[in-house]
Design a protein around this ligand. Structure first.
Ligand code: AMP
Ligand code: GLY
Length: 416
């Protein structure tokens, strides 16, 4: 089969690496791809701008299947466009992608289908929002309704901070439309878990759980980032937590997808908060997580392409996902200064012995040399029988990957 994979981050490098392992796959075009997919087996990067251009490329080159990595093409309706042209594509239709594309839409869906989530109110008017915040309990959480590149959530400690956030989001329009409408919600205290899963709209098969590490510094302090590392499975997802998740989040979500009549053949990612009062759903993502994917796919034994085919044929009830025993630790190597300003263009050197354990995110090929091009440059993973063994492997693999200004957390996977 010939595939087109859309996206160009660390997640897409991991998806390309995993799909390339399928004996059924002959070639993967990655649009736009990055320095990792450029060097990956069976892969070739391709510059395609619009979704129409992508559809044209697929038809002209007899591509059998398109796989979408990031959320943006999904929320903009790429799946609907491809389906109209009878092209096979893996991802939810636009209506369903609103589960990630609009916070108020997803919260209303959760409420309608009794999915356990934080209490909330939706506001379109900044004055009404400020009025509400005067008598609210703190901390409180304010979320921009639309996509805001992971920056649309503010946890406010007091009224002043909340009022400033409303000004930024709604009045100054910091997110160019995405924060004109907001969700204000109850603050939940707990430990987070990322549960990625695959669905065909009739069945949801959860993948192995994962734990992201969002803050820049060790101990979980400092500003938020796109993710500095992941451990999978998530040590806080015990059997009891998982049962709670299945019963109060996953199953009612499936009921909702069915009753709304969503055409959802894709990935659904549950962002869960494990609290003393059980599991709450923080958010849905309609794509795999980054950097969760790099860990989860490193542990997946099954052929990802076969799972995608099962989903597209609505036969996931007959599928089984097999996992390696043990754990995977993924440490992100970032550019010095990230998440603030940083320099780019430094040469990345990777010893061939760890090639299978490195997924490039912000790296490009320039004059035939792999150089840094982003804040989060790459992930180094380690797989082991236990979390501790996986940690040791990941950190020893890091010794074989160098670039100037390399920064990483030392405590990924440390259980506090
Ligand atoms: P979201 O995009 O809705 O997942 O929010 C991004 C991040 O904000 C989450 O991963 C949490 O760390 C935090 N967050 C979101 N909602 C809440 C909440 N209700 N209580 C506490 N933290 C939250
Ligand atoms: N790592 C969190 C996300 O992909 O949204």
């Amino acid at each position: 089969m010939k595939l087109l994979l859309i996206g160009g981050g660390g997640r897409e490098h991991a998806i390309a690496w995993k799909l390339a392992k399928s004996p059924k796959v002959e070639k993967i075009y990655v649009a736009p791809g990055n320095g990792g997919t450029a060097l990956e087996d069976k892969c070739e990067n391709i510059g395609l701008e619009t979704y129409e251009e992508m559809a044209k490329f697929v038809k002209e080159n007899n591509i059998d299947l398109t796989v979408v990595g990031p959320e943006e093409p999904l929320t903009k309706g790429i799946v609907d466009l491809f389906k109209k042209e009878n092209l096979k594509i893996f991802g939810p239709e636009q209506k369903a992608a609103m589960l990630e594309g609009s916070k108020s839409f997803s919260k209303d869906f959760m409420r309608k289908y009794n999915i356990k989530t934080a209490a909330y109110e939706v506001f379109y008017d900044s004055e009404k929002a400020v009025e509400y915040l005067k008598s609210a309990e703190y901390p409180i959480v304010i979320k921009a309704d639309g996509l805001a590149a992971g920056k649309g959530v503010s946890i406010c400690e007091d009224f002043k901070q909340a009022e400033d956030t409303i000004k930024d989001f709604m009045v100054q329009d910091k997110f160019k439309g995405a924060g004109k409408k907001i969700v204000i919600e109850e603050f939940l205290q707990g430990v987070e878990a990322s549960i990625l899963s695959i669905t065909d709209g009739k069945t949801i098969i959860p993948f192995i759980s994962a734990k992201d590490h969002k803050q820049i510094f060790d101990g979980g302090v400092g500003p938020n980032t796109g993710g500095m590392g992941v451990i999978a499975p998530n040590p806080y997802v015990t059997d009891e937590v998982f049962e709670d998740f299945e019963k109060n989040i996953m199953e009612p979500t499936l009921t909702g997808i069915r009753e709304e009549g969503f055409d959802y053949k894709g990935i659904i990612f549950f962002g869960v908060m494990i609290t003393e009062k059980g599991c709450y759903l923080l958010e849905y993502n309609v794509r795999m997580g980054d950097p969760e994917t790099q860990s989860v796919l490193s542990l997946m034994e099954s052929d990802l392409l076969e799972l995608i085919e099962f989903s597209l044929e609505e036969k996931l009830n007959a599928a089984e996902v097999r996992w390696k025993n043990g754990a995977c630790c993924n440490v992100v190597l970032a550019s010095k200064g990230y998440p603030e300003a940083f320099e780019k263009g430094f040469k990345i050197e990777i010893d061939p012995s760890v090639k299978e354990n490195v997924f490039i995110a912000g790296g490009v090929i320039k004059d035939e040399v792999l150089v840094t091009s982003g804040g989060r440059v790459l992930s180094v993973v380690g797989v082991g029988d236990t979390i501790e063994a996986a940690r040791e492997k990941a950190y020893s693999n890091i010794d074989s990957v160098t670039f100037e200004g390399r920064y990483f957390r030392k405590d990924i996977g440390v259980i506090s």
